[in-house]
Design a protein around this ligand. Structure first.
Ligand code: NAP
Length: 348
């Protein structure tokens, strides 16, 4: 075998250690991170995925609330449950296990989800931010992030490289291709109508696969020196799990991620990493972050809402504006004490 096998265990352990430290810091600030998981019936591995999140949550100190609904539940009931979790200030992240039964539209369910709690990165607002390359206050989908984490683990940068992405699905291939373009890779996206799949795959320096077709990528399509990351998952007739890449590819390429033990082993940890980002977004929204951070000496960062609860930039009752960015230090007694817990109105 020539390939280095890109196992996820080390990266997963590192990501989880980082999350556990963040959870500890959040708890010290009085925040108990909580993830709401909505499971409708049990399709494929969806029940097992929910249970594994409960296990990982208890390992990391995160509460996981599982809303288990029957497979024949109405769409309205699923929408209502997602709405309840989205509106609950004590729940920082919400995700819906897929697939949903046919009577429940994912689009209608997602419309009820607060984008700032969308730890799966599927809401249209987060997809729009992904297209804009705006990750400041967005949550991105975890399977593409897991693919990139494995690449990073291998010490390979996509910048300036030719990359093939096999699969243009909404969950993996398409968002991954966008992320790679933003990382300055030159990306070719393949799908079921690609005329010369072998030609595109063999011409790329880095190959990602997310087709869900076991053994689609055979060794004859590959060449030495390539890095191959396989996100595909298929269940074989013998019950075993297989990726899109024939394991014999390890005899040809330089680096190959295994299935199982590769991309899929990182996704749950990345859901919790997104959850901790959602905690930070929630703190920023409510102004809680302002409450515990010391005032900087020469200025302060005004929050997104003023003391009357109006969004930044809007005129308040008395004709002043809520602050938007770094503003001059107010030289009043209250500010000197550093006690403000909410951003307040500032003169324009
Ligand atoms: P999807 O929406 O079904 O997309 C599959 C894509 O593969 C489509 O774009 C399809 O092309 C393409 N494709 C199918 N047959 C092909 C062929 N012979 N040659 C080239 N392209 C072909 O799937 P998805 O939801 O994005 O998921 C993709 C894979 O990732 C699945 O195996 C899924 O199980 C796996 N997955 C893994 C994880 C994880 O944690 N590891 C998480 C989520 C998904 P068309 O568009 O032309 O139909």
């Amino acid at each position: 075998m020539t390939a280095i096998i890109l196992k996820a265990a080390d990266a997963a352990a590192r990501i989880k250690a980082g999350i556990a430290a963040e959870v500890g810091e959040a708890r010290a600030r009085g925040i108990r991170p909580r993830l709401g998981v909505v499971l409708v019936g049990e399709h494929g591995a969806s029940g097992a995925y929910s249970r594994s999140k409960i296990r990982m949550g208890s390992e990391l100190g995160v509460e996981v609330e599982l809303s288990s609904l029957p497979a024949d539940v109405s769409e309205a009931a699923v929408v209502a449950e997602v709405g309840r979790l989205s509106a609950d200030p004590g729940t920082h992240g919400v995700m819906v296990e897929l697939p949903l039964p046919p009577q429940v539209s994912l689009a209608r369910v997602l419309a009820e989800l607060d984008p700032a709690k969308d730890v799966d990165g599927t809401h249209l607002v987060n997809r729009g931010k992904l297209l804009r390359g705006d990750d400041e206050d967005a949550l991105f989908p975890v399977t593409p992030l897991a693919c990139l984490a494995l690449l990073e683990e291998a010490g390979v940068s996509p910048e300036g490289r030719s990359v093939a992405v096999v699969g243009r699905g909404e969950t993996v291939g398409l968002p991954l291709a966008v992320m790679l373009v933003k990382m300055s890779a030159t990306v070719t996206v393949c799908h079921s109508r690609t005329a010369d799949l072998a030609g595109v795959v063999s011409g790329a320096e880095i190959v990602f696969t997310a087709a869900g077709r076991a053994g689609l990528i055979v060794p004859s399509m590959l060449r030495p020196g390539q890095t191959v990351v396989d996100a595909g998952i298929s269940v074989l007739p013998n019950g075993k799990i297989a990726g899109d890449v024939d394991p014999m590819a390890a005899e040809v390429v330089a680096r190959l991620s295994p299935v199982p033990g590769g991309v899929g082993s990182l996704t749950s940890a990345l859901i919790f990493r997104n959850l901790m980002k959602a905690v930070r977004l929630s703190e920023r929204r409510t102004g809680a972050a302002v409450a515990w951070r010391p005032l900087p000496e020469r200025g302060r960062l005004a929050g997104r809402r003023c003391a009357e609860g109006r969004p930044a930039g809007r005129r308040c009752e008395d004709g002043r504006y809520a602050g938007r960015r770094r503003t001059p230090l107010r030289r009043d007694a209250e500010n000197r004490q550093g006690l403000q817990s909410m951003p307040r109105c500032l003169s324009p």
